[in-house]
Design a protein. Structure first.
Length: 170
């Protein structure tokens, strides 16, 4: 249990640092919510090298910490909606074994944006926000490809470096 907790602490800190980097260097394409999703890199690695519970915990803790540090209650709601929908879709895609790590990452990026748009539609009470969706789907796809490729490389190398019994939380 101590080993699992230590890994979770390191991964949470890494995801937090990646979120901070994105906070410092926002991407401005005229559409709110466009980000590379660096922290999702850590979540995907956790999803493949740890179990689903640990990946869910990591994602939720990261969203809470980043929201409390750099955001506000509204940004936490949007991040939580996007992050949790993204994670559920990635878990389903991974278990279905139809997608590579990059494919899972693309789905995560796209559904993160969809989750945020759905919440925004309810908060602002207008469906006109759907006009942002094509740009957000495209940016989620591009970010998903980049994060997925890097994740696949990391997962491959980390698996080689781990003991024969499997994931980091075995």
């Amino acid at each position: 249990m101590a080993k699992k907790t230590a890994y979770m602490g390191m991964l949470t800190a890494l995801a937090f640092v990646f979120s901070y980097i994105e906070f410092l260097m926002p991407i401005n394409l005229g559409v709110p919510g466009v980000k590379l999703g660096l922290a999702n890199l850590v979540v995907i690695v956790a999803l493949y090298l740890m179990d689903v519970r640990w990946a869910c915990t990591l994602s939720a803790v990261r969203i809470l910490l980043v929201g409390l540090t750099f955001g506000n209650p509204a940004s936490m709601v949007y991040s939580l909606a996007g992050g949790m929908l993204s994670l559920v879709i990635m878990i389903i895609a991974k278990k279905g074994k139809l997608f590579s790590v990059t494919g899972v990452s693309i789905l995560g990026g796209v559904f993160h944006n969809i989750g945020q748009i759905v919440v925004a539609i309810f908060v602002v009470e207008t469906t006109s926000l759907l006009y942002y969706l094509p740009v957000l789907v495209l940016s989620g796809t591009i970010a998903g490809v980049v994060i997925g490729i890097i994740s696949a490389i990391l997962i491959r190398h980390l698996k080689k470096a781990m003991p024969a019994e499997g994931g980091i939380c075995e």
